[in-house]
Design a protein around this ligand. Structure first.
Ligand code: NAD
Length: 474
């Protein structure tokens, strides 16, 4: 692949030189080659971007909602024209198989963008309560800090509602996937959005991310990433008494009730965990199976895992690519080793390098059985292709085990009777639950309970995060 050298940051509607010559390399995780060099932003770059967003705010905040909707539609058009380029870029810097890049990584954010173009046009930004008129006004300048695992989706899930609400935004994407962010900035430019409404600063989290999270002229920070960094971002927001939205980690339960079609439930569960090499915050990484059908489920899971041999993400036959980085691989392998040490039964996979892949950050898709609730592989977010299968005695035991987590992001329930699954789902302490493998809904609120976060993304609920209320008494 060609090595690109990128200069500058996108601020105030143009690519402008970065404050220093510092840069970071972008590495293709499938072959460990450097594919690009991008500027590593500093506090000066963040300052310039925030100031551009501040200058653009009064104009953008007072545009008619229909005008903001039209801008999002124009942005959607630009993205659609470059679907292939986005997909190839995401595969090159993240390592996800190309088909997955095209669908989950590009089509999903397009659906999100469309949904906000529509919502911006028809959301009631004003309501009457008795003799008061309640106005919903934009929060102001938003700092958005995003991770690498669904690089375009994570940015669009913040940019679209923020712009729909009338906010302006500064995005700091993950250092692993800045090329997707630069493509998005190119689309913003081509769509003709007013200068300063969208700004991009690439750079490392400790420097550019921290500068954005701490910046005194940012009105709100929306962060997606690890719970550890989320706590720091929340602490900065607390010091400034300003709103913060956090989309953090997860360890979601997939509860298979005894009546469920186990073949479908287990196979879908395995796919859910191994998709994107397990680097999905909402992945159902704990599979809970009734003791009467436990060994059957373990065998079904092992068979399903055989279809996920890691390989070159550009090969159409590949269903699982590498992990994003050497650091992520080291973290995942450490968790796998701990699982073995703590006595979980290794059904398939393990910490050894996969055969025939001398380069790239590949790991074996791994399944543990006989995992008990307090083992590290039942508690820690691994963020790799590792599934823990657990046994439950009865429904109360399943609820207890499912809720025994510091996280509460997502989950799944399977049953032959939908009402039974829904009744069970009501007992889960988690932000969303998929019943019998139901499809993702880009209009439904997405976000976590407990240490999985604060606030919601997507749909009407996601828009509300970027609005503040003002009551006029008449
Ligand atoms: P991370 O927290 O290390 O990084 C996320 C972002 O924060 C990156 O842009 C990074 O540069 C920046 N950052 C790092 N240190 C910072 C600091 N001190 N101050 C400000 N910004 C900083 O997370 P990651 O390893 O890149 O992503 C994986 C994590 O993200 C997982 O825990 C996963 O569950 C979580 N995640 C959650 C969701 C969700 O919607 N709940 C979605 C995707 C990923």
């Amino acid at each position: 692949m060609k090595v690109y050298e990128h200069h500058g940051m996108y601020t105030a509607g143009a690519w402008r030189p970065a404050a220093t010559d510092e840069s970071t390399d972008v590495v293709n995780p499938a072959d460990e080659r450097v594919i690009a060099t991008v500027p590593a932003g500093t506090a000066h770059d963040v300052d310039a971007a925030v100031s551009a967003a501040r200058s653009a705010l009064p104009g953008w905040a007072t545009t008619a909602p229909a005008e903001r909707a039209a801008a999002l539609t124009a942005l959607g058009r630009e993205l659609r024209a470059r679907v292939r380029e986005f997909a190839e870029t995401i595969t090159a810097e993240l390592g996800s198989p190309l088909a997955l890049s095209r669908l989950a990584h590009v089509r999903t954010p397009l659906a999100v963008l469309d949904s906000y173009a529509e919502l911006a046009a028809r959301h009631p930004f004003e309501e009457r309560i008795g003799r008061s008129t309640v106005l919903l006004e934009p929060v102001g300048v938003v700092g958005a800090i995003t991770p690498w695992n669904y690089p375009l989706h994570q940015m669009v899930s913040k940019v679209a509602p923020a712009l729909a609400a009338g906010c302006t935004i500064v995005v700091k994407p993950a250092e692993e996937t800045p090329l997707t962010a630069r493509l998005l900035a190119e689309c913003v430019a081509a769509a003709g959005l007013p200068p300063g409404v969208f700004n991009l600063v690439t750079g490392v989290g400790e420097v550019a991310g921290r500068a954005l999270a701490e910046h005194p002229d940012v009105d709100m920070v929306s962060f997606t990433g690890s719970t550890a960094v989320g706590k720091e971002v929340a602490a900065h927001a607390a010091r400034m008494i300003r709103p913060v939205a956090l989309e953090l980690g997860g360890k979601s339960p997939n509860v298979i009730l005894p009546s469920a079609d186990h073949t479908t439930a287990v196979r879908t569960g395995v796919t859910n965990v191994f998709t994107n090499s397990g680097q999905t915050c909402s992945a159902w990484t704990r599979m809970l199976v009734h003791r009467s059908r436990y060994e059957e489920a373990v065998t079904l899971a092992a068979d399903a895992a055989a279809e996920y041999a890691p390989g070159d993400p550009v090969d159409p036959a590949t269903r699982m690519g590498p992990l994003v980085s050497a650091r992520q691989r080291a973290r995942v392998l450490d968790c796998v080793r701990r699982g073995i040490k703590e006595g979980a039964r290794l059904v398939t996979g393990g910490p050894e390098a996969p055969d025939g892949l001398p380069r790239g950050y590949f790991v074996r898709p791994t399944i543990f059985a006989d995992v008990t609730p307090d083992m590290s592989v039942a508690q820690e977010e691994i963020f790799g292709p590792v599934l823990s299968i657990m046994k439950y005695e009865d429904e109360d035991d399943a609820v207890r085990t499912a809720n025994h987590s510091v996280y509460g992001l997502s989950g799944a329930v399977w049953s032959a009777e939908t009402p039974e699954a829904v009744a069970f789902a009501r007992r889960l302490n988690t932000g969303q639950v998929d019943i019998n493998g139901a499809r993702f809904n880009p209009l439904a609120p997405f976000g976590g309970w407990k240490q999985s976060g604060i606030g919601r993304e997507l749909g009407r609920h996601g828009l509300m995060e970027y609005l503040q209320t003002k009551s006029l008494q008449l």
